[in-house]
Design a binder for this molecule. Structure first.
Ligand SMILES: *Cc1c(COP(=O)(O)O)cnc(C)c1O
Length: 402
């Protein structure tokens, strides 16, 4: 009888999974202090647009180093607000990274403008400034770089191009709260920076988002846009004793509630510690995978400190006897909740059918997509969770090594 070394047979082939239960790729951490903060608001006079919204916005702006923070009901609503404040309209083009969640480019379409993409750099999967330069036309009005996985985009090069061509930069930093680019935090650099407070992100309000800016004119437009285009908020009107209001532009109800803002304020207190934990997990992963020939973690450029929303790895398919789908399936069978970020936006049927994008338009992004896997990464992971991921990845990659 042949004896298999225990734990070596892949779970997908009938072996014992590395873990008994599925480890998700991302998960929120909500403590008793967060719960108490929300309960306190529920007992107060304000459920929405009260003191907590302003308190949260001011604390958030101070934390990232921006003059203004305007909260929204989601990161997507915040992107819509930024696209509006940028003045995007029919006939305009805005250039986005294709290696992102569709919301980054969808906000351009909400404004009736045309989303254009530029390819990414192979090492970071962030917008490639050289490729971006080639896509700028007389119609281009805005650029939307994404800080993929939490690694800041090449912001100085992008801002330089933007100022030369008179473009507004809307940085999608939904992955990058707390990331540093040349000693500055994201949120303090671009014309407008967008963050999301979805539960998988660094800080959560359930649903929520924010735009930071240092331009008062943009902040004012953003505040109006999230509140039906009305020129003052409820409390300002009450304190002024005014019964009337004026609608000055066509906005939406994209307001964040006081309930959510209280959760955000409480979570903000723990952001520094949570970022440190994510960086610790990333360092452990990177050390463990450096000598694994089947995998390549993404590069970290010298002048940045990433925030590690995700930990993506690229499968080196020429050194493996399996494709990404098979490796993904094998890791899932080990109860490691891997994911893939992202199907490049231009490959979605809506973009293909409406704008005519096709396979091969952005080859660097498309090649990366065929090889990407995101490993579990969230600040609540235990040391054992991290070791389980490393163990399962080594088991699966060694099994398929050639
Ligand atoms: C999460 C995310 C968004 C959207 O944020 P929501 O709060 O879910 O609307 C946009 N862009 C990127 C890159 C994201 O990761």
């Amino acid at each position: 009888m042949r004896v298999m070394p225990t734990g070596q047979e892949l779970a997908i082939d009938g072996g014992t999974p590395t873990r008994e239960s599925l480890l998700p790729y991302g998960h929120q951490s909500v403590g008793e202090d967060d719960i108490q903060a929300v309960v306190d608001v529920l007992r107060s006079d304000w459920l929405t647009t009260g003191p907590k919204v302003t308190e949260f916005e001011e604390a958030f702006a101070a934390w990232v180093g921006a003059k203004y923070a305007v909260s929204f009901s989601s990161g997507t609503a915040a992107l819509h607000g930024a696209a509006f404040a940028a003045g995007l309209q029919p006939g305009d083009e805005a250039i986005a990274s294709p290696m992102t969640f569709a919301a980054t480019a969808n906000c351009v379409i909400y404004q009736g403008a045309t989303p254009v993409f530029a390819d990414v750099s192979a090492d970071t999967l962030n917008l490639d400034p050289d490729n971006l330069a080639k896509r700028i036309t007389p119609r281009t009005r805005a650029v939307l770089p994404v800080d993929y996985a939490g690694h800041p985009a090449d912001l100085d090069a992008i801002l330089e191009l933007a100022s030369r061509h008179g473009l507004i930069v809307i940085e999608d930093a939904c992955h990058a709260l707390g990331a540093e680019y040349r000693q500055r935090r994201t949120g303090s650099i671009a014309d407008m920076t967008v963050f999301s407070f979805h539960p998988v992100k660094h800080l959560t309000t359930g649903e929520g988002g924010v735009v930071t800016t240092s331009r008062g004119d943009l902040a004012k437009t953003l505040r109006q846009f999230r509140n039906h285009g009305i020129s003052s908020d409820v409390r300002q009107r009450q304190s002024a004793g005014q019964w009337h209001y004026e609608m000055v532009l066509l906005g939406f109800n994209y307001r964040l509630t006081d309930i959510a803002s209280a959760l955000g304020l409480s979570q903000l207190k723990k952001l520094e510690a949570n970022l440190a934990r994510r960086r610790q997990i990333a360092a452990r992963y990177t050390a463990a995978f450096t000598d694994l020939p089947g995998l390549t973690p993404l590069a970290v450029r010298a002048d940045v400190n990433p925030a590690w929303h995700l930990y993506p790895v690229l499968c080196n398919l020429q050194r493996l006897s399996a494709n990404r789908g098979q490796i993904f399936g094998a890791l899932r069978a080990e109860n490691i909740g891997v994911n893939v970020h992202y199907i490049p936006v231009h490959r979605h049927p809506y973009y293909r059918d409406r704008f005519g994008y096709k396979a091969g338009d952005y080859p660097v992004a498309e090649d990366a997509y065929e090889r990407l896997i995101s490993l579990p990464m969230f600040h609540g992971m235990t040391d054992q969770d991290v070791e389980d991921v490393i163990c399962a990845v080594q088991k699966v990659i060694c099994h398929f090594a050639k």
